[in-house]
Design a binder for this molecule. Sequence first.
Ligand SMILES: [Fe+2]
Length: 441
Amino acid sequence: MPTPIKDWPAWAEYTHEGPNEAADPEFLAVKKAIIAEYGTSAIRKSWIKVCKELQSVTDEIAEKGNKVIPVFDTTKILTSGFTCAQKNEIKRVGAFVCRATVPEKETKKLYDNLKQFIADNEGSIKGWPKESPSMLILYNSPTQNTLRSHPNHLNLQRKLNELWHDSTGVTTSEPLIYLDGVRDRAPGQPFLGLGPHIDAGSLSRWADPTYRKVYESIFSGNPEKFNPFDLSVRKDANQALYEGMAHSKVLRTFQGWTALTPTAPREGSIMFYPNVKTVIAYMLLRPFFQPPADPGVDIMDGENWTIDGSTGWFPGTFKAESQRLSRSSHPHLRLEECLVYAPPVKAGDTVWWHCDLCHAVDTEQLGTSHASVAFIASCPTTPVNQEYVKMQLACTLEGRVAPDYLEGNDLDETKLKGYVGLDGLGTEARRAFGFHLLKNV
Ligand SMILES: [Fe+2]
């Protein structure tokens, strides 16, 4: 397997229910509600299908490693679009790279500008984790806004949104900008905080009735019918039913980052579980089953697992955090063999992953220079996204923190030295930032 994880990092294993979760009756209530709605036989039927399907999914990934992650040329995509075969690969794998979305030379300058901006505002811009900050709590630096409003970037976001469909006709693929931070990791700087996880809500996926409906085919015995690229129901799902910094109110068709510097496996990159459909189905079904008690029975055979309708344990699920996965709690995923690094990227390349996709931050940074990325996702125009983007823009213009980042953060970025704001944006970019929505206030 190309570039395997050398040693499995010391990420948490979710072997027991946490004390807060054990004391919270909502977990069991949610589980019971789903069992009452779909029935144990349908849930079990799906579980067995998904465990079987994972055998071939994991065999392929274990054999091919990160070669399964497609790599595209941005200019070709913007000129000719994705071919049918490319669309199918994106939908199957869920993660991919687009080369030179922003020209390399231009990106290098933007990174230099960012470093200067940070140096000019030393002491004002905070980061996390506290013990070794690399994720900057910074949302409106000139570098970030230049990248977000770059015509190539916006056009690519539109192409990515077009990979989804919406039978209700309510949404469009016109991109909206979701403010997010920057990561800048010095050589040798470790990062253990984000092991295998799935964003876009944790317990919300089961607890919010609309979000649950997105996965209806999975709970009703037909996981093969689940379409992860359907916005018809998902556009109205509440990903942030529970408070927490990890949860985004905005639906991102693909989360993404733009490389500001070269990054490579074991050099401050990202790891993906390159499959959307089967893995999300498994994750959603996992809380309803318990493994065989007899250690002599094959744990990998889904038939040997029994329905768990009496405990409130959702392995790796914490209301305020993203959904976590681990080797012991999710054994059929064979995480050690199937979590693979993104291919090496240069400054200006973009890396994308579906909002249901399992991913992890590279724990190592063995490179000789900084590994830096700007988080820029693709977000379609939906009523929920519009509402958030309108609030986000009002906050930005008034120097307030956007709603998703209020926790422990009161930095007025308009007061930072070198702040430029959103003056001078072109028509397309102004729309993506939501200026057209403010007029309707
Ligand atoms: Fe994440």
